[in-house]
Design a protein around this ligand. Structure first.
Ligand code: NDP
Ligand code: BG6
Length: 484
């Protein structure tokens, strides 16, 4: 079964920060892969812009290197790369100067979709928006794509929203959260709202609790300077885990459309209860050898920034009151594993006697690795010898179910950039949603800053600090194992 690819309309996509790390590792390879799959029309144009002294040829060499290095799947050969390079151009531009914008304008065509990808540090977002407007590079069909982090707290997110909405209407602003572009995240909506099976059980009456884990085995690597000013709560929970929580907890939207879905997510965020100090655990990884700890990686021996956080989150609404959502994320953990596990309540009464303990079903939605879904069910142990029960997984690993097709599934950036061109904002965060998320995060952070508490140390390769296990043990529950 071949993946369906519908070409998008002709476009000019300007990547502001076209020479940066994100452009090199994600955006340019994503666009190349979309071209290989036949989704880019021949009239598409991609224009990189940055201060670096490059011309079209030098930038094309840069792009060739980037896609050779970072796009292994779905290559379309040397000829494909050369074809892709033909649609690439470059303009030298300093956001703060005037002349580059005038030159950039000459690259843009009137009769195609125009999108500007802000792939630069967040401090430049407002200035870019102003310059685009001042130099009349936009009209009301222009789209802007804004990278994370979208603010550092509620005040800065509000200020940024105000800066952007002075120049652009909300329907033109695409705030990226790449987790929303992941295949399984969208599948979560398909499973919930495309089947009659799950939705009647998807509530506090039947669900004991939900666990959302985004574990990484890597540390902060080369991003220590950024990360130490951010930490796991702001880098991961406020955005990625919050989105997973919203999609798991939200009410069915009336239809699959940008505002219908985002309205429902917003209601979930607004229903989140404040998290008291006893309901979260922060951690910082230790090194396996000297010089290898979080403090070494960020070059800050006094840092109190967390590289791990676990939280118990309560949602104060009719559907979820009494069913906690436990979230955890961290770096340098045992394995790279992201999943949402919905743990259903035990059957109310067992008709079976003996050693088998009644166990609730578990639905596991795996984001990475091995995207897929597993439903743990109880069956009879095969063979003679009486009625013995066992638990088995009903497994749907997408790689097995979809075969070769999985290799051609677009990654998050491919899907999201194509959605920008299509004008579909469903998988992007709305301004009020981002602000509401910060409004929930800020008081939690304020409390730990006030207390001056240091994050607890945890070993590289572990599941985080011991206290995070206690967060569930004290409720008579346990975390699922972190394993790849
Ligand atoms: P980099 O520092 O690698 O790249 C920044 C880019 O901006 C470069 O192309 C730089 O080129 C350009 N730039 C900087 N100042 C100016 C200026 N005054 N005028 C014009 N261009 C300028 O950053 P990243 O690519 O890593 O990150 C870009 C954005 O994406 C950030 O907001 C980041 O938070 C976000 N992001 C990045 C991720 C990643 O994996 N890298 C992941 C998630 C989000 P030059 O110096 O030549 O001008
Ligand atoms: C980014 C965070 O947004 O997401 C990183 O800034 C993190 O710290 C990354 O490593 C995780 O993304 P993924 O897709 O690899 O799970």
């Amino acid at each position: 079964m071949a993946a369906t690819t519908i070409p998008v309309d002709p476009f000019d996509l300007v990547i502001l920060g076209g020479t940066g790390d994100l452009a090199r590792r994600k955006i340019l390879p994503a666009l190349y892969r979309r071209m290989c799959s036949g989704q880019l029309p021949p009239e598409a144009r991609i224009i990189g812009a940055a201060r670096a002294d490059m011309n079209q040829k030098k930038f094309r060499d840069f792009v060739r290197k980037a896609i050779t290095e970072f796009s292994t799947a779905s290559p379309c050969g040397d000829e494909g790369i050369e074809n892709f390079l033909k649609i690439i151009d470059y303009e030298q531009l300093d956001v703060f100067a005037e002349d580059g914008w005038k030159r950039l304008k000459k690259h843009l065509r009137k009769d195609v979709i125009t999108a500007f990808y802000f792939s630069v540090g967040p401090s430049l977002f407002g200035e870019i928006a102003r310059k685009l407007t001042k130099h009349k590079l936009t009209d009301d069909t222009t789209r802007i794509v804004v990278e994370k982090p979208f603010g550092r707290d509620l005040a800065s997110a509000k200020a940024l929203n105000a800066e952007l909405t002075t120049c652009f209407d909300e329907h033109q602003i695409y705030r990226i959260d790449h987790y929303l572009g992941k295949e399984t995240v969208q599948n979560l909506m398909a499973v919930r709202f495309g089947n009659a099976l799950f939705e009647p059980l998807w509530n506090a009456q039947h669900v004991d609790h939900v666990q959302i884990t985004v574990a990484e085995d890597l540390g902060v690597e080369g991003r220590g300077a950024y990360y130490d000013k951010s930490g796991a709560m702001r880098d991961m929970v406020q955005n990625h885990l919050m989105q997973l929580l919203c999609l798991t907890a939200m009410e069915p939207p009336a239809k699959y459309g940008a505002d219908a879905v985002r309205d429902e997510k917003l209601k979930v965020i607004r229903a989140l209860e404040p998290v008291p100090p006893g309901d979260y655990v922060r951690g910082q990884y230790l090194g396996e050898k000297p010089g290898d700890s979080y403090l070494d990686h960020v070059n800050n021996p006094d840092s109190t920034t967390e590289s791990f956080i676990a939280l118990k989150v309560n949602i104060a609404n009719w559907r979820w009151a009494g069913t906690p959502f436990y979230l955890r994320t961290g770096k340098r953990l045992r394995a790279r594993m992201s999943e949402i596990a919905v743990i259903f309540k035990d059957p109310p009464h067992s008709i079976f006697e003996g050693e088998f303990n009644r166990k609730g079903n578990v639905l596991i939605i795996r984001l990475q690795p091995d995207e897929g879904m597993t439903l743990r069910v109880t069956i009879k142990e095969p063979g003679p010898g009486g009625m013995r029960l066992m638990e088995v997984p009903l497994d749907m690993t997408f790689a097995e179910a979809l075969g070769e097709q999985i290799a051609f599934l677009p990654d998050a950036y491919e899907r999201l950039i194509m959605d920008v061109i299509r004008g579909d904002q469903t998988l992007f965060m709305r301004g009020d949603e981002v602000e509401a998320a910060w409004g929930w995060v800020d008081p939690i952070r304020a409390e730990w800053i006030k207390s001056g508490a240091r994050p607890l140390p945890y070993d590289t390769g572990s599941s985080g600090p011991e206290d995070s296990l206690m967060l569930l043990h004290r409720d008579g529950r346990r975390w699922r194992k972190i394993k790849s």
